[in-house]
Ligand binder design. Structure first.
Ligand SMILES: [Mn+2]
Length: 404
């Protein structure tokens, strides 16, 4: 076992190379909404340093990328970030140049307007469905103008009570809406279909699992793929197995990474179960092949209590470290052990990579790439958050916190 018996401190040259190679190819997109004030179902919590407009979100995202070297794009939310639609594209272009991060996936908003109380693309009202489709098509146009490849479709539609909605008719309505959105895509664009078993609908959601998402994607057209949000599964589900199936079916569009203890908790990636992230990364490294560039790694988290920029730096660093660990699994050796059914040795080889402390090598990689060796320390030393607090504190103090 060439790589598994000397992991106490420094890595071998081979391992260093593998980690450098892995980190050079690994990019994870951060969401604009991760920098704004958020809360719980009960109220919003205001942070003095939270971003209050798109420029501040880009500034924060640029800061995270400058410190980590791993997050060159920022996911945008159409209603929150481009309130004037396509007219906002010029401003976004100049923010990209100013802050050194590009616009990434475009996220339509099909859950906030009052019209969507009973659903958007699956609403029984033909007028509201048409409004939802128009919004999706506009989102595609914004993405085109920004040069963004992916439209991420998070459909919050569902129902709370048995008998209150027709499950079957909603399938047809939703499929029609997704098809119409797909038809608007440019040749290089993709539509990513996200799924979730419950919430906000507590009897059903219209796209409850990866099978439904896959079927909707196939029905919509060849440029539609499935988006896996790691928090959108029942507790016992094996997410890495879903990932392998989607890869096999050439239908994996990307991820929304986050962690959870109970349901869709939107906690920091790897904070509760880092081994799960490692397992997912391992399957991608081992199975993706030429599909790798078609996988959009994205973060979807909500930091209610942690400092926004601080939490996002922590997230990207955690993702880089877990990705580096997954790259250290000796795949040839593992396959040999698996085929020979040497079960314990196979398992030990696999989890052995998880237990390697890659941080010293990741630090070397950062230094070799002109990045600060310890991004969080560099953030604290920079005074960035203190400056943001100064500049944004007054604006944030006037924000509404209650839902009443
Ligand atoms: Mn998500």
């Amino acid at each position: 076992m060439p790589h598994s018996n000397n992991h106490f401190g420094s890595q071998t040259v081979n391992e260093t190379e593998r980690i450098f190679h892995a980190l050079d190819s690994f990019r994870i997109e951060i969401p604009s909404w991760g920098f704004a004030n958020t809360g719980t179902r009960f109220g919003k919590f205001i942070q003095a340093a939270a971003a209050t407009n798109l420029e501040e979100k880009f500034a924060d995202a640029g800061q995270v990328h400058a410190l980590t070297g791993g997050s060159p794009t920022v996911a945008l939310h159409v209603l929150w970030d481009t309130p004037n639609g396509i007219k906002d594209v010029a401003e976004i272009r100049s923010l990209e140049t100013k802050f050194g991060v590009r616009a990434g996936s475009i996220n339509p908003n099909l859950f906030q307007d009052q019209e969507y109380k009973f659903g958007s693309l699956a609403n029984p009202s033909v007028e509201i469905r048409a409004q939802a489709i128009a919004h999706c098509v506009e989102s595609v146009e914004i993405a085109k103008a920004l040069g963004s490849r992916d439209i991420s479709m998070w459909i919050a539609d569902g129902a709370n009570y048995p008998g209150s909605q027709s499950i079957r008719r909603r399938i047809d309505w939703l499929q029609e809406g997704l098809k119409a959105t797909h038809n608007a895509l440019g040749p290089d664009q993709r539509m990513l279909v996200e799924y979730k078993p419950f919430e906000p609908g507590f009897y059903f959601t219209d796209i409850a699992d990866w099978g439904m998402a896959l079927e909707y994607a196939r029905g919509a057209g060849p440029q539609a793929k499935v988006l896996v949000d790691t928090g959108h599964h029942y507790q016992a589900q094996n997410v890495e197995q879903i990932v392998v199936w989607l890869l096999r079916l050439k239908a994996l569009g990307g991820f929304h990474f986050n962690d959870r203890k109970y349901a869709d908790d939107d906690l920091t990636l790897g904070s509760i179960d880092p081994y799960q992230v490692f397992r997912i990364f391992y399957e991608i490294i081992s199975e993706a092949g030429d599909q790798f560039n078609d996988i959009a790694f994205m973060i979807d988290q909500s930091h209610n209590l942690k400092g926004k920029v601080e939490a996002m730096v922590q997230t990207v660093v955690a993702a880089q470290e877990l990705y580096a660990k997954a790259a250290l699994v000796d795949r040839a050796k593992l396959a040999e052990l698996q085929d020979a059914c040497r079960l314990v040795e196979a398992e030990e080889l696999f989890r052995g990579a998880f237990y390697i402390d890659v941080r010293p090598t990741v630090m070397q990689w950062r230094e070799a790439r002109g990045l600060p060796p310890e991004p969080l320390k560099a953030l604290y030393a920079s005074g960035y958050v203190e400056k943001a607090t100064q500049a944004r504190g007054a604006k944030n103090a006037g924000r509404v916190t209650s839902y009443a």
